[in-house]
Write a protein that binds this ligand. Structure first.
Ligand code: TYM
Length: 326
């Protein structure tokens, strides 16, 4: 059975963008693939974090995955930092990645520009991500478009290693969902909705109350021609809301245009707000039941064991190939 894997970085609360770009895809694919989903807590450390907040977020992410519909019976669910072989493999991969290659990553360029005092971890971040993907021979990696380049780097590293030392890794393929490619910030629909960097008014968190969700959607930035039509270039705000509604309500963009022909933005926004808040409220109700259950620990222990066993095997294979063995 082909394997699929994804991870989310706990640098803020899970957003609607994360849910649509990554989690929802995993829910669709869990029926037919051997599925792995984890919390990328080591990735969060590239910028300073409040340790107690990070600790509570890690657990909350796991509970939220399950509340969203990630089925523990069909997924290996784990915390990245609980598998010490992942950073060990990452180091071996770093030695097979050029500095030029790593420093060409768009996210690295953007973030290192924002903070000149950036950590070395920011540069090696995508190689750690390659380790996340390659240790378990993931065939498919569903992500939002912002992570596509990182998965491509993982492919290049895998191919290079395979060419030098014979077949060691499966070369993974990136999966980008059509509708949820990139959910935009509600206040500035030219940039992505991001948990760590945006104005909170532009971001819907999976923990927002129905009142907050409604207020954010009603105040979302739109153009002024009052026609509900999908046009990402000229009408980014309306197109973003249409994308969100399309995924949440399982309805095509054409159907949305038909439904709101001759109607104005106020009515449209009210409808989107109602659908999104109802959808998220159901997830929050499930979350409340899961967050303090003992079942979470059992799920994580099982996930840790499976992940460590696979990574240990891959690490040993790499060491044999590299000659770092007694
Ligand atoms: P992160 O935590 O930034 O985002 C998690 C996932 O959500 C997607 N995403 C979005 N999709 C659509 N619209 C948006 N506005 C939006 N914002 C975020 C991201 O593309 C991502 O799929 N480095 C990764 C975590 C990671 C990982 C991995 C992912 C670590 N190792 C291995 C896949 C495989 C990250 O920071 O994602």
């Amino acid at each position: 059975m082909a394997r699929i894997l994804t991870g989310l970085k706990p640098t803020g609360e899970i957003t609607l963008g994360n849910y649509i770009g990554a989690i929802k895809q995993m829910i669709t694919y869990q029926e037919k693939y051997d599925s792995f989903i984890f919390v990328a807590d080591l990735h969060a450390l590239t910028i300073p974090q409040d340790p107690s907040l990070l600790k509570s977020r890690i657990k909350s992410f796991i509970a939220m995955y399950i509340a969203c519909g990630i089925d523990p019976a069909k997924n290996t669910i784990y915390i990245q930092s609980e598998n010490p072989y992942i950073p060990a493999i990452s180091y071996l991969l770093e030695c097979h990645t050029s500095y030029g290659e790593a420093s060409r990553m768009i996210q690295f360029k953007e973030k290192s520009r924002q903070n000149r005092n950036f950590s070395v971890g920011l540069l090696t971040y995508p190689i750690l991500m390659a380790s996340d993907i390659l240790y378990c021979d993931a065939d498919f990696v569903p992500v939002g478009i912002d992570q596509k380049q990182h998965v491509e780097l993982a492919r290049n590293i895998a191919e290079r290693f395979n060419n030098r030392y014979e077949n060691t890794f499966v070369v993974p393929e990136v999966l980008i969902s059509e509708a949820g490619t990139k959910i935009k910030d509600l206040k500035d629909p030219t940039k992505k909705m991001s948990k760590s960097e945006s104005n909170p008014q532009g971001v819907i968190s999976m923990f927002d109350s129905p009142i907050d969700i409604t207020s954010k959607i009603m105040k979302a930035t739109t153009d002024s021609d009052n026609v509900i039509k999908f046009d990402e270039e000229n009408k980014p705000g309306i197109s973003n809301l249409m994308n969100i509604l399309s995924v949440i309500d399982n309805i095509s963009l054409n159907e949305i245009e038909e439904m709101f022909k001759g109607k104005g933005y106020g009515e449209f926004k009210k409808y989107v707000a109602l659908k999104v808040s109802n959808h998220i409220k159901k997830i929050q109700d499930r979350y409340e039941k899961i967050i303090n259950s003992k079942e979470l620990d059992d799920i994580l222990n099982k996930g840790r064991e499976k992940s460590i066993n696979l990574a240990k095997e891959k690490y040993q294979l790499m060491c044999e190939k590299l000659g770092t063995i007694r």
